[in-house]
Design a protein around this ligand. Structure first.
Ligand code: ATP
Length: 670
């Protein structure tokens, strides 16, 4: 990008103000080819960027050259110089020289306000973000601080900035921590988190820099779309407003989609992009309880293999011929949805899914007498979300809690479509590798790798494979006990609330003190994280302590070997495994990691049940299984899952595009 403007790629006037977003969000033909080829496009992506590394270095050198001249300047002179840059940035855009100067000023201000000096690697990362790249910086290299450079620079130039992260805890933590730096330049910071009122949100988005999670942002944008919907055309609406003839309306919450820095970009752009975002309103409960109750009754009488088959990977239920026949016979004489073939099949499928595919303390928890969905990638509850098409009510009935009304869809959007609408988009993550090609193809962000600030000292201890779950928990507890006794903090990462409770029970039985962080125990998250680096501390956590969590080492811990991370189950993607391991040995600190898994783990059971069973028998016979065999099994399972998920995302984008075309034809976008 040579300059930030012209930004108004597509301007709708919302509440009398311009609302910028990109109109052209359809991927081009070569993007589609790239998506189709997926893994095969890594090489061309990297070739095109061959010259960028040198540019990053030149930028850092240019900023360093200015450092001495800024050191002794009084605060107000520094501030004045930054403000004076606004005109220049608007005129010339973010050239290498102007960016170097802006970054040097921001770095000097950060030293004064936060007591931290941006590393050269952070200057490089910041430049990559400003230039619309997917910046890969290893876990712990300080992406939060790095993002302040482009955020501040863009905000100084007058463009609204969104810093997007994966959970409320991080959004709040980062906004608070970096606030004093922004305040130095008179730039306001807003945070948008779950449960905020509309007006609070509007105020947060009105600030120069807004921190928000991808989910909050997406739903706010969807609500804006609904607010703008139904107007004859954007242009027409804009003209009406200019002429002062438009209805006052409620207006929009956002100011548009100008510049977004997406933290943990692989999670947001890839992992979360499998699920469409659906804005819904309360419907009614007419006869729902009775109908669902009858469906559950029938589902309990159905037998797997005879009446239905399960596809746990796709969370699907397939009815067999015998299943169809039993359903038709059962429905005879019943009214309501039972009268139509589709209606009754839907009911039975949802009931079977509720019974067999959705498990308490895995996909959801029951808290405050409510079924609350646990987000698989963040490990957190999503209190105001529900499953679609009656599934949620079916699970409520299964759990014996009060039924909530079914929701009706108002608007629907995918992350792919949302983020492509940003006029200027950038992403950063510690784990881009396998996702880079897809992110380039779908979102148009080429990869830029930033070198480590200090060489890594992480010790990777390999994988222990146990034949059973029970054996695994014992082994995990033994390891945690031994390491804690040696004065090291230990982080035990689990995939589900259920697993975190299983390992807790074993630790308790051994009389070992530990802290637990999961969707049910999240009240003291900040405290648990703050203490997780203390000597001898054992912390059990789901993915809540995965991405973004920064565990600071207590006194003496560095000398005793740093934080030790135990991965107790492989995730669907290796990137998520690496994120957990990335909690230790950050920025050249001491630290180690190991994996202790079992052949009864879900990944193996779902993807390679026969191979897992054969290996289990071999282990139980006392045979020695070479580690390469387990490594191959892991790779096979994770590759298979990733491929399936990539296919789901492609289908998602396709469906989204078709829907968009159909709606555009009728003049009603989402
Ligand atoms: N320039 C700096 N000087 C001193 N400390 C820094 C600097 N940059 C970052 N840090 C510290 O490094 C730690 C890691 O930072 P941060 O959590 O932002 O890393 P990250 O790259 O976002 O990691 P992850 O990928 O795990 O989210 C924090 O404690 C932060 O305060």
């Amino acid at each position: 990008m040579s300059r930030p403007g012209p930004l108004f790629a597509n301007v709708a006037l919302a509440g009398g103000r311009p609302y910028a977003e990109r109109a052209e969000d359809e991927p081009r033909w070569h993007d589609r080819v790239a998506v189709a080829l997926h893994a095969g496009v890594v090489a061309p992506v990297q070739r095109r960027l061959a010259g960028f590394k040198g540019e990053l270095r030149r930028l850092a050198d240019a900023a360093n050259a200015l450092e001495d001249s800024l050191r002794l300047l009084p605060d107000d002179v520094l501030r004045q110089r930054a403000i004076a840059m606004r005109g220049r940035l608007r005129r010339t855009g973010f050239t290498l020289d102007s960016t170097a100067e802006a970054f040097a000023l921001i770095r000097a201000a950060a030293q004064r306000t936060l007591g931290q000096r941006h590393f050269d690697t952070q200057l490089m990362g910041g430049y990559g973000l400003l230039r619309g790249r997917l910046v890969e910086m290893a876990t712990g290299e300080g992406k939060t601080f790095c993002a302040t450079l482009p955020a501040c620079a863009m905000a100084l130039a007058g463009y609204p900035v969104h810093v997007i992260t994966v959970n409320d805890y991080l959004a709040q933590r980062d906004a608070e921590k970096m606030g004093p730096l922004y305040a130095f330049f008179g730039l306001g910071v807003g945070v948008v988190v779950q449960g905020m009122e509309r007006e609070q949100r509007r105020q947060a988005y009105a600030q120069a820099i807004t921190y928000a999670t991808n989910k909050e942002l997406a739903f706010d944008y969807l609500r804006d779309r609904v607010a703008l919907r139904g107007r004859s055309s954007r242009l027409h609406q804009g003209l009406l407003r200019m002429a002062g003839q438009a209805d006052a309306g409620e207006g929009t919450v956002l100011r548009g989609l100008y510049f977004a820095i997406v933290d943990e970009a692989d999670s947001v752009f890839v992992d979360e992009a499998r699920t469409p975002l659906i804005l819904s309103a309360s419907g009614d409960l007419d006869g729902e309880a009775e109908q669902n109750g009858t469906a559950l009754q029938l589902a309990r009488d159905c037998r797997e293999g005879e009446h239905f088959q399960l596809d746990p990977l796709e969370r699907g239920v397939i009815l067999t011929d015998a299943g169809h026949a039993a359903l038709d016979a059962f429905a005879e004489g019943l009214g309501g949805a039972w009268t139509s073939v589709r209606g009754r099949e839907d009911l039975l499928r949802q009931a079977l899914s509720a019974l067999h595919l959705y498990r308490r303390d895995q996909q959801y928890v029951v808290m405050e007498d409510k079924v609350q969905i646990v987000d698989e990638s963040t490990g957190r509850v999503m209190p105001d979300r529900s499953w679609e098409r009656g599934l949620h009510q079916m699970i409520e009935l299964k759990e014996g809690v009060a039924l909530t009304p079914r929701r009706e869809t108002l608007a629907r959007l995918t992350y792919q479509r949302l983020f492509r609408r940003y006029v200027h988009l950038a992403g950063m993550t510690g784990t881009a590798a396998e996702a880079a090609a897809e992110i380039q193809a779908v979102y148009g962000l080429p990869l830029a790798r930033v070198p480590l600030h200090r060489p890594s000292r992480r010790v990777t201890l390999g994988t222990t494979v146990c034949s059973t779950l029970a054996g695994k928990w014992q082994r995990v507890a033994e390891r945690a006990q031994a390491l804690a006794q040696a004065g090291r903090p230990v982080l035990i990462g689990t995939r589900s609330v259920e697993a975190s409770e299983q390992v807790s029970a074993v630790l308790q039985a051994r009389g070992l003190p530990y802290a637990l962080l999961n969707a049910k125990q999240d009240a003291e998250e900040a405290r648990v994280v703050a203490e997780a680096g203390q000597p001898g501390r054992i912390t059990v956590a789901t993915n809540m302590a995965g991405r973004g969590t920064d565990i600071l080492l207590g006194p003496g811990v560095e000398a005793s070997g740093g934080l030790h991370v135990i991965l107790t189950e492989f995730h669907d993607s290796r990137r998520v495994d690496r994120q957990l391991v990335g909690r230790c040995a950050r920025q050249g600190d001491a630290g180690s990691s190991e994996a202790i898994v079992s052949l009864e783990d879900e990944l193996f059971e779902l993807c390679a049940p026969r191979a897992a069973a054969a290996l289990r028998q071999a282990l139980q016979r006392g045979a020695r299984v070479p580690p390469v065999v387990f490594a191959a099994l892991r790779r096979w399972c994770q590759d298979a899952t990733e491929r399936r998920q990539a296919a789901t995302r492609r289908a998602q984008v396709r469906q989204d595009r078709q829907l968009h075309r159909a709606l555009a034809f009728t003049g009603r976008g989402e």
